[in-house]
Design a protein around this ligand. Structure first.
Ligand code: NAP
Ligand code: GFB
Length: 325
């Protein structure tokens, strides 16, 4: 009986998956690859996880002992507003196939990924892990939010009935290398980096959607990746844990645009298109639970992370997910 840990990362080719792969291969400290660990990073080419059959075939091929479940239909505010049913149904199918196949294969631990947009829109602040089911999420992304909330319910049901060790994490908005830069479907940071880059290149105005007033907490993908590795190896609870920078690091969308203008070196006109939606005004989350476990964890300063992400995008423009190819 080998003691080898076979760790399957679903959604391994995305923003968060690529960051985990980077940390496993490059971190010389406690987050890098350890003796006896075999890491497998999946893409959708390995199989469509909306299909129970394709999911089973992947588990039979790799026989994982542990799973980090990232695969999902993911997108920014405007994509969520347009495809609420697809976000609900695709994610329900993917999550049920992964958790049930992991159960059938007696997988020792599954770490799934929610998002702070799952929390109730009408709530007190800061938001904490106990509030997850306390009322409807924001109208703009209820499809995605309810599918993600159900992961927590599924984890508790598998644990209750079978003792399975399936848990989850709740990151705030994530950004970094290998993001999705599609101008319509992306999240705000990759969307604005792409827009600002094109505005500088073409000498055209840089337009930020909405009023610039909404507030967000952003976590750098490589910081989040280290926390995922820690959760997989050491976090014992079934209850979810928020993975985020502190409340004091919350920034406005205008602050984000200013940081991107600086990192791209854009000197032209910069406007706000208030005909576009602002979405949720804020979703301020507490990271007190995380800080209790890892009081000394160092987050990358926001401007440094924006600079590194912008440089990665410019250097990899031809192969990046820009929606052009
Ligand atoms: P992403 O960059 O869009 O990557 C999505 C990944 O899922 C890709 O590897 C994709 O494979 C795979 N995938 C999508 N549909 C699939 C299907 N039907 N079958 C198999 N694989 C499929 O997403 P991300 O930003 O890294 O998100 C990772 C996780 O973090 C998700 O669960 C997301 O909900 C969560 N999250 C993200 C954010 C954020 O701001 N980005 C915030 C909070 C939580 P291909 O590359 O082959 O398409
Ligand atoms: O990142 P984002 O799309 O997601 O938008 P949410 C954040 C804010 O940025 C909104 C503004 O107030 C937008 O109006 N914004 C300004 C832009 N310019 C742009 C732009 O060019 N592109 C985009 N996308 N936004 C998502 C949820 O909400 O958060 C998802 O819908 C997921 O389900 C994700 O949870 C993490 O933070 O508003």
């Amino acid at each position: 009986m080998s003691n080898e840990k076979v760790i399957l990362v679903t959604g391994g080719s995305g923003l968060v998956g690529k960051a985990i792969e980077w940390v496993i291969e490059n971190d010389n400290g406690k987050y890098g690859k350890q003796e006896g660990e075999k890491w497998i990073f999946l893409t959708s080419k390995d199989g469509d996880l909306r299909s129970a059959e394709a999911t089973r075939a992947i588990f039979e091929k790799y026989k994982p002992t542990h799973v980090i479940h990232l695969a999902a239909l993911v997108g920014g505010l405007f994509k969520n507003m347009k495809y609420k049913l697809d976000f609900l149904r695709d994610n329900l199918l993917i999550n049920d196939n992964i958790l049930h196949t992991a159960h059938e294969h007696k997988v020792k631990k599954v770490v799934s990924c929610l998002s702070t947009c799952v929390f109730p829109d009408k709530t007190t602040y800061p938001i904490d892990e106990t509030m997850i089911h306390n009322g409807p999420p924001h109208e703009s992304n209820f499809g995605y939010a309810y599918a993600k909330r159900l992961i927590d319910t599924q984890n508790k049901a598998y644990h209750d009935q079978f003792g399975d060790h399936f848990t989850s994490v709740i990151p705030t908005n994530v950004f970094g290398p290998h993001d999705n830069y599609d101008l319509q479907d992306s999240h705000v940071i990759p969307g604005l980096v792409h827009k600002c880059y094109l505005a500088k290149k073409n000498g055209t105005p840089f337009a930020v959607a909405g009023t610039g007033k909404p507030l967000r907490q952003f976590i750098y993908s490589r910081d989040l990746a280290k926390l995922f590795v820690w959760v997989l190896r050491e976090y014992e609870e079934i209850d979810p844990i928020i993975l985020s920078v502190g409340e004091k690091d919350e920034v406005s969308i205008k602050d984000v645009a200013d940081a991107i203008v600086k990192s791209v070196g854009f000197e032209g006109d910069y406007t706000f298109d208030t005909s576009k939606a602002d979405g949720q005004y804020k979703k301020t989350a507490s990271n007190a639970k995380l800080m209790k476990y890892l009081p000394d964890f160092q987050f990358t300063p926001f401007e440094v992370a924006v600079k590194e992400s912008t440089e990665w995008f410019i250097q990899n423009y031809d192969s990046a997910r820009t929606g052009n190819h």
